[in-house]
Design a binder for this molecule. Structure first.
Ligand code: ADP
Ligand code: MG
Length: 186
């Protein structure tokens, strides 16, 4: 099978999120018939939805070339979540690790078990910004150019971290204004 370019959203807000994200990237390098080709910078983001008072998230995006089918890849991502201690309780509740299959090539699919592109991708600044860092030219099937999605995405409190995990004020390569980038939630 020819390889397909996929993008995976990574999120954690429990049990040392920095370790969780680091370990998730490592686990992605170990997937069969796959090659990790890019890792985005990390972002600290305020929780969206879910119960009040949960900790901030650490988010990142990975690019993976894979010969796995989309279903097989999703099953392996879920196995990594479980291996890193994920317990599914309430929807959008705190989690040690969330791995979302954002895109699988140009495939579109409406199956609730695997919807492609990921159904909430365009509403989530914490997905769009790291995706832009590693794939600025991307056009998303059904949704259009990533740059347009970024301009239209709902404001959210989100901070890019530098290599030492310290906040940096603005993304040097990013054409979008800090104002709309760092709007605190109402
Ligand atoms: P969320 O990521 O929205 O917080 P979960 O990680 O608990 O929620 O996923 C809930 C369900 O979403 C999973 O059982 C999975 O089958 C389904 N799902 C549908 N499309 C996707 C996708 N593109 N990536 C990951 N999971 C998906
Ligand atoms: Mg998920």
């Amino acid at each position: 099978m020819p390889s397909v370019r996929t993008y995976i959203g990574i999120g954690s807000n429990l049990n040392n999120p920095a370790n969780q994200v680091r370990q998730a990237f490592q686990a992605l390098t170990e997937l069969p018939a796959s090659r990790l080709t890019a890792c985005s910078p990390w972002y600290r983001t305020a929780p969206v939805g879910g119960p009040a008072g949960q900790p901030d998230y650490l988010n990142a995006v990975a690019a993976l070339e894979t010969e796995l089918t989309a279903d097989a890849l999703l099953a392996m991502l879920q196995a990594i979540e479980i291996a890193q201690g994920r317990v599914r309780t309430e929807r959008w509740g705190p989690r040690t690790l969330d791995l979302d299959l954002l895109l699988y090539g140009l495939v579109t699919c409406d199956d609730p078990q695997l919807t492609l592109p990921h159904p909430r991708l365009h509403q989530r600044a914490f997905v769009l910004y790291p995706l832009y860092d590693i794939a600025p030219e991307l056009t998303i099937p059904r949704l259009g150019p990533l740059t347009i999605l970024l301009k239209n995405c709902p404001p959210l409190s989100i901070t890019r971290l530098d290599i030492e995990n310290e906040p940096v004020t603005i993304m040097p390569s990013n054409p979008f204004s800090l104002k709309s980038f760092s709007n605190p939630p109402p």
